[in-house]
Write a protein that binds this ligand. Structure first.
Ligand code: MF3
Ligand code: CO
Ligand code: CO
Length: 257
């Protein structure tokens, strides 16, 4: 995805806008996760998202983005991200469902995602989701003024390596807030101490994308969007939008769960 090269430092007024958009994105994500059940198709979930966004006064930022054909991204099992909702993808017990919601609200963008398991899952899939969340939170904890982008990447990677997860390299976290994708890129791997220095007012999306097998991915030939694992292994994805705060304090979470 093309990103503006300049890292935007948001003004207090812009941070308020990001906060409001983040809250909308988080609310839609909550409603979507609650709507997940066996027998529902991802297209039905996408229709539900459209109604939820309308009720909340926001719009999908995904729809039409580089021609993206739906309101949300819903990626099931070996789909990692950018799953195009479809009437033929019908959820069943045990499915791992990554729901990624990006909304536009009053000129700002909120972006967040999480993976839920239909019916609660097995110890293995539950632990996969829990450790992906742990990696996200470790990344957020490293997102402090004075640290560098590489410190976030390394914190995320450390949790993945400890758990022997595959780390997707081709897609990354990113700046956000005014546009969906802003600089900087935030890989989920790499050494600490490298990259740009984090400053208060940066708004970032941190989003680990892990697999239970090889890290290699392929993009669907049929819908041209859905990113699958090459080896068919399960994938997990989790994302929050945060703002870097002053004085090395913990980041503010703009998309609270
Ligand atoms: N929500 C995604 C992200 O985390 C981007 C959506 S891609 C789109 O960066 F094509 F659906 F818009
Ligand atoms: Co997203
Ligand atoms: Co994102």
């Amino acid at each position: 995805m093309k990103k503006t090269d300049e890292i935007r430092i948001k003004s207090p007024a812009q941070l308020n806008g990001c906060r409001a958009a983040g809250e909308k994105a988080a609310e839609v994500l909550r409603l979507m996760c609650d709507a997940v059940r066996p027998g529902i198709s991802t297209k039905q979930l996408d229709d539900f998202a459209l109604r939820a966004m309308q009720a909340l006064g926001c719009k999908s930022a995904d729809f039409g983005y580089y021609g993206y054909p739906a309101q949300t991204c819903i990626s099931v099992n070996d789909a990692v991200i950018h799953g195009v909702p479809s009437p033929s993808v019908v959820l069943k017990d045990g499915d791992m469902v990554s729901i990624d919601i990006t909304v536009a609200y009053e000129g700002f963008v909120g972006d967040n995602a999480r993976t839920v398991i239909v019916g609660g899952g097995t110890p293995q899939t539950r632990s996969f989701v829990e450790h992906t969340e742990e990696a996200l939170l470790a990344g957020i904890d490293a997102a402090r003024a004075g640290n560098r982008v590489g410190d976030i990447s390394h914190a995320v990677e450390t949790v993945a390596i400890r758990n022997k997860f595959g780390i997707v390299h081709e897609y990354v976290g990113h700046g956000c807030g005014v546009d969906m994708h802003e600089a900087p890129e935030i890989p989920n791997y790499g050494p600490a101490g490298r990259g740009v220095i984090l400053r208060p007012g940066m708004v970032l999306c941190i989003e680990p994308m892990f697999t239970l097998g090889s890290r290699k991915i392929r993009v669907s030939k049929s819908d041209k969007w859905t990113v699958f694992t090459q080896d068919g292994s399960l994938a997990c994805h989790s994302e929050m939008m945060i703002a870097v705060t002053p004085n090395g304090a913990p980041a503010e979470i703009l998309t609270p769960r």
